[in-house]
Design a binder for this molecule. Structure first.
Ligand SMILES: [Zn+2]
Length: 260
């Protein structure tokens, strides 16, 4: 197995994973999406809501507001309080405002400043003149497999493309080169070459333009991963946590097998 970093910028991590099976690559993808605990608003106690938005829709919007996941919190199921309602396993985010106003993420007052909304500027609800909104939202750790509120990222991968070129099939490569929307085909020393195979989207436009000379396939042992975090934690940490979780499950499995 080999991992090569391609890009890490603005919450997006791109890397190449080589010499693994599709099942292994997918287990990493699914663990990031579903198995890494993150902080999200799970419950909203509405005291007063004069806005045009119903309590249910307001709670839904709050749940979908990504929060930064601080270190050190317990899952409600692991906490001694048993209710998910103590400072070890929950964060309160309260609000008390009278309009006119546009309520944004930054208006929520978290009991732990480290669990603030990722995007302070994102609007949640608009209040008209004299309208009041009062609530206490409770954020807890949870898993993407239970609700999308806790899904920490968008994770995708594609197989590495393989473009076979029969250099003897043609003398004129013009239409083949021009057919590629990603502009990754070029002519070098009278031969057609691929300049950046990782940019290939498998659209097969080159295959349609030059079926006599080109064959497009994929390498199912190499994967180009793209992890775009909601901002709840850096994408590098998401991947590391997912690997730790997978490793922990494998170790647990081994321990149980050894008891037989
Ligand atoms: Zn607790």
């Amino acid at each position: 197995m080999d991992v090569e970093l391609r890009k890490s910028r603005n919450g997006v991590l791109k890397f190449l994973l080589k010499d693994v099976t599709p099942a292994f690559a997918n287990s990493i993808r699914r663990t990031i999406l579903q198995g890494v605990p993150t902080m999200a608003i799970d419950e909203v106690e509405v005291e007063k809501n004069d806005s045009v938005m119903s309590d249910e829709i307001l709670a839904h919007r709050l749940g979908q507001t990504p929060l930064v996941t601080p270190e050190g919190y317990l899952l409600p199921s692991e906490c001694d309080c048993l209710e998910g309602r103590c400072p070890n396993c929950s964060v309160d985010l309260s609000l008390q405002v009278e309009g006119p106003s546009v309520i944004r993420g930054e208006d929520l007052d978290p009991s732990d400043p480290e669990a603030s909304p990722v995007e302070g500027n994102s609007p949640i609800v608009r209040l008209g003149e004299g309208q009041k909104l009062e609530f206490n939202a409770i954020a807890r750790l949870g898993f993407g497999e239970d609700h999308a509120n806790w899904q920490p990222a968008i994770v995708s991968y594609k197989y590495m493309s393989v473009i076979d070129i029969d250099q003897d099939a043609r003398d004129d490569w013009g239409e083949c080169v021009e057919s590629c929307p990603e502009d990754i085909l070029a002519i070098k020393n009278d031969e057609m070459v691929v300049t950046d195979i990782e940019k290939c989207t498998m659209c097969e436009a080159c295959l349609e333009a030059c079926p006599d000379a080109i064959d497009v396939g994929e390498d199912s042992s190499q994967f180009i991963f793209r992890v775009e975090s909601t901002g709840t934690m850096p994408p590098e940490r998401l991947v590391s946590r997912a690997i730790e979780i997978l490793k922990g499950k494998c170790e647990e499995f081994t321990e149980q097998m050894e008891r037989f």
